[in-house]
Design a binder for this molecule. Structure first.
Ligand code: URA
Length: 209
């Protein structure tokens, strides 16, 4: 089973409160999501392998650590995942960015893929799928399955807020994928919204509706 990490750093939790607030305006919402994504990128890269090289300080030559050539990819699920990309790139600027677009078929309620564009060397990268809300897990599972069907094997999932139902669905379908959250909330309501949640992340981020 993949790990489930709740990024409970006080700065993340503080900013999360303000994106939950219904009175937070689009501009502030966007900035806060960006900042939280940067801080979560710090957590999600915690286990990147290091190698020791030699560095010459003004005093001596000494062994010192650098990241060991691990290549990363950030994969936002359109559209709300887009709001997390820039924040992550602040910490991992060499990462490449791929996109996965999904919509929900109104009859079957199943996610349907309408757009996939990945870095050419995606199969060699550690891919971090980003989407602010992990509700039923349908979109995350479809996105991860899409990456796997294209030969990608190293995948992590990063969301701001999840419902237990979504976490369970991803853990069941993709037990190899580690999940990173800022909060595990109570449940999904009858309309598929996370409770307490923050409402529709895409609408709040882009000022639609
Ligand atoms: N997607 C959202 O944007 N919000 C939710 O609460 C659930 C899914």
């Amino acid at each position: 089973m993949g790990t489930l990490t709740i990024c409970d750093h006080p700065l993340i939790q503080h900013k999360l409160t303000y994106i939950r607030d219904k009175d937070t305006k689009t501009k502030d919402f966007r900035e806060l999501v960006d900042e939280i994504a940067t801080m979560m990128a710090y957590e999600i890269t915690r286990d990147l392998p290091l190698e020791t090289i030699s560095v010459t300080t003004p005093i001596v030559e000494a062994p010192s650590n650098v990241i060991s050539g691990r290549m990363l990819g950030v994969i936002p699920i359109l559209r709300a995942g887009l709001g997390m990309v820039e924040g992550m790139l602040k910490l991992i600027p060499a990462a490449k960015v791929g996109h996965i677009g999904l919509f929900r078929n109104p009859e079957t309620l199943q996610p349907v893929e309408y757009y996939v564009n990945l870095p050419a060397d995606a199969t060699e990268r550690l891919l971090i799928v980003v989407d602010p809300m992990l509700a039923t897990g349908g979109s995350a599972n479809a996105a991860i399955a899409s990456l796997k069907s294209r030969g990608c094997t190293q995948i992590k999932l990063m969301c701001l807020i999840a419902a237990p139902e979504g976490v369970a669905a991803v853990q069941q379908a993709h037990p190899d994928v580690d999940i990173y959250l800022a909060s595990l909330d109570s449940h999904l309501n009858d309309h598929g919204y996370i409770v307490p949640g923050l409402g529709d992340a895409g609408d709040r981020m882009f000022g639609t509706k």
